[in-house]
Design a protein around this ligand. Structure first.
Ligand code: SF4
Length: 296
């Protein structure tokens, strides 16, 4: 029997555990990609790119399901899925031997290739750049080409993995303006809470493969409820920041028992030897025994 759901965000992870071999790196995550943009935030090793791979159908869950509309991904029409959900990676992914126009047209039927100049214009590039190769463009221009390539097939959702982190701050701001102006839905994967603030109504903060806080991005930025969200916010106050060297954060690995953040948490106490469950606190979900104190 085909599995069916009542409501249908574009994509949904439902109690998903993911890993490589037998080692899980994402644990029991539930996440809806809904309207207004969704940000997935965490440092390297948090599991955010692994989740993105599962949302692109490149990794099968060890348990749980990825839903695409009303179907699980394993039952979905993969041709429609591959058109509807487009990845946007860093500009280095462009084939250096291909001219820009050919790169953008690659996924288009022959009858639609005349749209290349329009697509270049849509991302703020001159049509005559179609004849150049990637090394003849700046980093910002190449990133616009990657976005144009993804938009060519008129997707419903863009999955953006650190789309601006290799760019300088001014160029980054222009690319974010471009992304903010698109009608297409987006799932943004980044270490930078400020970037999520620009592009996403909803944010999920991951630590050690678990959601530690989720809710409206504006709430998480204004008043974080988890010490890790607070550390991320304070570590990267502006666009263009580097991965967090956060207040209360050290090189310590996640704890293997109890709260995974406790070896880095300035508020850790004996109670934190028990793992905190995600619970509702002031309109967001948070996994911290002392969330009310963090909120103040
Ligand atoms: S549960 Fe304890 S260790 Fe974990 S984030 Fe909250 S206060 Fe810190």
């Amino acid at each position: 029997m085909t599995e069916q759901r009542q409501t249908a965000p574009v994509l949904r992870a439902e109690r998903v555990t993911l890993g490589y071999g037998r080692t899980p790196v994402v644990h029991d995550v539930t996440l809806d990609v809904t309207e207004g943009g969704v940000g997935l935030i965490g440092e390297s090793g948090s599991g955010k790119t692994t989740l993105a791979r599962a949302f692109l159908g490149l990794l099968t869950p060890m348990s749980g399901n990825i839903w695409y509309g009303e179907q699980t991904l394993k039952n979905a029409d993969l041709r429609a899925f591959r058109r509807d959900v487009q990845p946007v990676f860093q500009a280095e992914a462009l084939d250096p031997r291909m001219r820009i126009g050919a790169s953008i047209a690659e996924g288009l039927p022959r009858s639609a290739r005349h749209r290349v100049p329009d697509l270049l214009e849509q991302v703020g590039l001159a049509a005559d750049l179609a004849h150049r190769r990637p090394h003849q463009l700046s980093g910002g221009q190449r990133q616009r080409v990657v976005i144009a390539r993804a938009l060519a097939v008129e997707p419903r959702l863009l999955i953006l993995d650190e789309p601006t982190s290799a760019l300088d701050v001014t160029v980054q701001a222009r690319i974010l303006d471009l992304l903010a102006g698109l009608d297409t839905e987006r799932l943004l994967i980044t270490h930078n809470l400020a970037v999520v603030g620009r592009l996403c109504r909803t944010a999920y903060v991951l630590f050690a493969g678990r959601v530690v806080e989720s809710g409206r991005t504006a709430d998480l930025l204004d008043r974080p409820a988890h010490p890790y969200t607070l550390a991320l916010r304070d570590a990267v106050p502006k666009l263009g920041g580097r991965p967090p060297e956060a207040r209360g954060a050290t090189e310590a690995r996640p704890a293997e028992t109890g709260c995974p953040f406790r070896l880095r948490c300035p508020l850790a106490d004996a109670a934190c030897a028990e793992p905190p469950a995600l619970r509702e606190v002031q309109g967001r979900q948070v996994a911290c025994h002392r969330a009310e104190e963090v909120l103040g």
